[in-house]
Ligand binder design. Structure first.
Ligand code: MSP
Length: 641
């Protein structure tokens, strides 16, 4: 087994169902875990639920049920959701479990043993925020509210305290000596400035709350939720129990992945508790950005939650996983929108990734009898590209720069498409049949696609398995070695079936018309009519013809016809069938991926039994068609005028 690697998410409150922010956090942790496993590490990935405290107490009281009943119910949703999202955690901890309580009590015992006096009974007055369950420093309170707009109250408590003030210098020294302790660097700066302002002792018990772990030796108090919750990371490994082998193996954690709002708890309180207990500190606290709706943080208290369960139902986990990782620059904030998600899905997954795969598979299927080509190929442009791209991609993965990693992987998708266009395998077949040269070219395409998919494995685990099977590769061959050129077997069965990512009609799905501007009326002066001329048509007559750029998604011959091809074309918003009389000049394979121009608003017509919805524009020279085309970068759906 490889070196141990321990990654955790924050544990999520169970006062409500998980939303996109929680999903994002678990998806990111899952990508990290899958990447490390792929690199051979012995990974332990922990997630869980934070079940004590006032929020849960109140939510349960509202429903007239016990907090544990609420927690039991909501935690089921967590389990179900993580399964639906293909989250591959190794353990799930609930703070209401006895193993967790043992860990918390052991932490307090160790602090009292190693540093007697660091926990003491005292009195404290200050601004308390019930929503955040924490005291807010004076300088962050404005007009009775904290920085997030939650109300605060002046509160006096007789509580147990932790002598946080004694750890200011040690914490600052730790940040100085371990600049990677808080990532990204901007978050480290925030933490350092906060600590430099001086730390006050922290109240670590509450008497007003009943729903929590009783304070050792004084059951009138329960342990402060943050001290309780933070300990989950080590309690889950068996800390404080008879079997703490996992503590020896996996502690200190490599990454605590949390949202930027709770970096402070993880990078100030948690290390101070651990220092006091004589326990090693985690290696890094990584703060991710927020998902926003209309530039506001998505959260239950703001009432703007997004739970894209419909997207999960209709498109599966990979569409959502891809979107959140491709769209958000890791560490920064990002607005969520279903429409942006579906655009990414169509453009990147259905079009780029799906098409490259299906073109290469389809041609190998036709030319090499449903198998991967018989001859492998070394020393070619795609191999060179892969050898350059893979290390760059791995560096981005190690830097947690997921958006960049995907962009880099895409270079190989683009290179593969370019290679297909340049080599024109359909022409090679027409001229020389399924010879060695064609075998090499198609093997290269499939091999590059295989490497692309191994790069996608942490992001799109479900589709990767399907894609690798289709290519004729072993779907479990996902490792560092699998990223090297040359792993595709020869003569292995391939599957040319339906697309993995079928395109979606976005406007129909979202239920609203998009691109209003395309259909907007032109300015008045442009429409002023000149004297009518019977031999010419007016601009209005011309405008009745809806000419559009379309992209050919699939093409096949209409049975028993030399001339007719049945094309499936995308107009950006939808797919349709058009029958075109261009079969004497064009092979179906060479058309896939090509941008053409169509008449989009023609009445449907049946040609040799196949319904055609539109017409493909082509010039005609000596009875031979010559397709009208546009620059490759013009999106399908663009209006032609
Ligand atoms: N229970 C505490 C964490 C204790 S960890 C010892 C908590 N729970 S939470 O349910 O409010 O949040 C769980 C995680 O989700 C946190 O890391 C939080 O930052 C993250 N997110 C909550 N809303 C978010 C967004 N809108 N966007 C991205 N992540 C955010 O805090």
């Amino acid at each position: 087994m490889g070196k141990p690697f321990y990654v955790t998410t924050a544990i999520h409150y169970v006062n409500d169902l998980p939303h996109i922010g929680h999903m994002y956090e678990n998806i990111v942790a899952d990508v990290i875990a899958r990447h490390r496993r792929r690199m051979g590490d012995d990974v332990w990935f922990l997630t869980g639920t934070d079940e004590h405290g006032q929020k849960i107490e109140r939510s349960a009281a509202k429903e007239g049920i016990l907090p544990i009943e609420l927690a039991d119910r909501v935690v089921e949703h967590h389990h179900e959701l993580w399964k639906r999202l293909d989250i591959s955690h190794d353990d799930f901890i609930r703070t209401t479990e006895s193993r967790h309580r043992l860990g918390v009590l052991e932490l307090i015992r160790r602090i009292e043993e190693k540093n007697p006096g660091d926990i003491y009974l005292g009195e404290h007055s200050g601004w308390y925020c019930q929503s955040e369950e924490t005291f807010i420093p004076e300088n962050q309170v404005r007009d009775g509210k904290d920085e997030s707009g939650h109300p605060v109250e002046m509160t006096t408590e007789r509580n147990y305290f932790f002598k946080l003030s004694a750890y200011t210098d040690r914490l600052l020294a730790h940040y100085r000596e371990n600049p990677g302790f808080v990532k990204p660097a901007s978050r480290l700066n925030e933490v350092v400035s906060f600590v430099k302002e001086g730390l006050k002792d922290l109240s670590i018990s509450r008497t007003a709350i009943k729903w929590g772990i009783p304070f050792p030796g004084n059951p009138d108090h329960v342990i402060y939720v943050w001290m309780d919750a933070l300990t989950n990371y080590i309690a889950a490994l068996g800390f404080g129990s008879n079997d703490d082998a996992k503590v020896g193996k996996f502690w200190p954690a490599d990454i605590h992945l949390v949202g930027k709002d709770i970096v402070r708890f993880h990078a100030v309180y948690w290390p101070a508790f651990l220092m006091a207990a004589g326990i090693e500190l985690p290696k890094s606290v990584v703060g991710h950005g927020w998902w926003l709706r209309d530039n506001e943080k998505i959260s239950k208290s703001l009432g703007n939650v997004v739970r894209p369960y419909n997207i999960l139902d209709d498109f599966g986990p990979d569409a959502l996983r891809y979107y959140v990782l491709r769209e958000m620059v890791f560490g920064q904030d990002q607005n969520y929108s279903d429409e942006a998600l579906l655009n990414r899905y169509n453009a990147d997954l259905a079009n780029d990734l799906g098409n490259t795969l299906s073109r290469a598979v389809k041609m190998s299927d036709t030319y090499f009898g449903g198998k991967t080509p018989p001859i492998p190929c070394n020393d070619n442009d795609l191999e060179k590209a892969a050898k350059q791209i893979v290390p760059e991609y791995l560096r981005a993965m190690d830097d947690l720069a997921f958006q960049r990693a995907l962009e880099i992987a895409w270079k190989l998708v683009t290179a593969t498409n370019g290679y297909i266009v340049a080599k024109e395998p359909w022409k090679m077949f027409k001229e020389n049949g399924a010879d060695d040269a064609l075998s090499r070219v198609l093997w290269n395409c499939l091999e590059a696609a295989r490497i692309v998919w191994v790069m996608m494995a942490p992001f799109l685990p479900r589709s990767t398995k399907l894609a690798l099977e289709r290519i004729g590769a072993d779907p479990s061959f996902i490792s560092h070695e699998a990223l090297q050129w040359g792993g595709l077997p020869n003569g292995a069965p391939i599957q040319a079936t339906d697309p993995i990512f079928p395109r979606v009609d976005i406007s129909q799905y979202i239920g609203k018309k998009m691109d209003e501007t395309t259909n907007a009326a032109p300015p008045a002066e442009a429409t002023q009519a000149a004297a009518p001329d019977a031999a010419r048509i007016s601009i209005d007559q011309f405008k009745e013809v809806d000419l559009r750029v379309a992209e050919v998604r699939a093409a096949e011959r209409v049975p028993k016809s030399k001339k007719l091809l049945k094309l499936t074309v995308s107009t950006g918003e939808e797919e349709r069938t058009i029958v075109a009389g261009i079969g004497t000049k064009y092979q179906p394979e060479e058309l896939v991926g090509r941008k053409i121009v169509i008449v989009a608003n023609l009445q449907p017509a049946k040609l040799m039994g196949v319904e055609s919805n539109g017409m493909v524009l082509a010039a005609e020279l000596n009875g031979e068609p010559s397709l009208l085309s546009v620059d490759a970068g013009t999106p399908a759906g663009t209006k032609v005028r």
